[in-house]
Ligand binder design. Sequence first.
Ligand code: SAM
Length: 217
Amino acid sequence: TNVDDWTRSDAYSNSFLIGKDDVLTQIEKSNVAQGLPDISVTPAQGKFLKLLVQTTGAKRVLEVGTLGGHSTIWMARGLPKDGEIVTLEISKEYADVAEANFKVAGVADKIKTIVGPAIDTMSTLDPFFDFVFIDADKPSNLAYFTEAKRLVRKGGVIIVDNMVQYGRTADLNYSDIKVEGARTVLKALKGDKDVDATVMGTVGEKGYDGFLYAVRN
Ligand code: SAM
């Protein structure tokens, strides 16, 4: 199998379960036109995040790494009326694009975007969040995870994207800063009594990767 097969697979199941989404289709097009990298979650992953937010009953969500706000919009769709998302982005340019997208998607009133290095901005936040999605610069994953443990309530969820990276995380003959970012989190979690966690592979139009799903003890 190759990425084309998995793209077809996503398209097939999405055609039944997600269907036409004019708002996000338009937003993705304009993000590409404005030069944003094509590294946001896929629609199937975005919908999965929305369903997780919904089924955990999360009201306060923290996102690390906004880009054009694709994942933010999906998660906002899973929130109750009085729910909110704080999303952190280092690039003012990307944050501006995301904020315009939040208006288009009709979720701007639920989202607060904070511009700056997430290490700094996370340290200014007060507990408690119900749900944290970490998807920024991968070498900082452990630092973000450690801060997320401070910020999430007991029973709250922390998700880290890009833990599998085409299987390279487990290929010990291979190394780059992204893969090391995933390995560092795994090593730190061995025996960590603060959370209970698993990595679940994801495969689809962006290839083969995986989410870490952790629950705060
Ligand atoms: N979550 C987004 C989505 O699925 O639509 C995609 C996020 S993209 C993979 C990673 C984002 O993290 C980029 O927009 C990048 O500018 C941002 N980023 C990189 N380093 C950062 C840092 N130190 N602090 C905050 N954001 C950072």
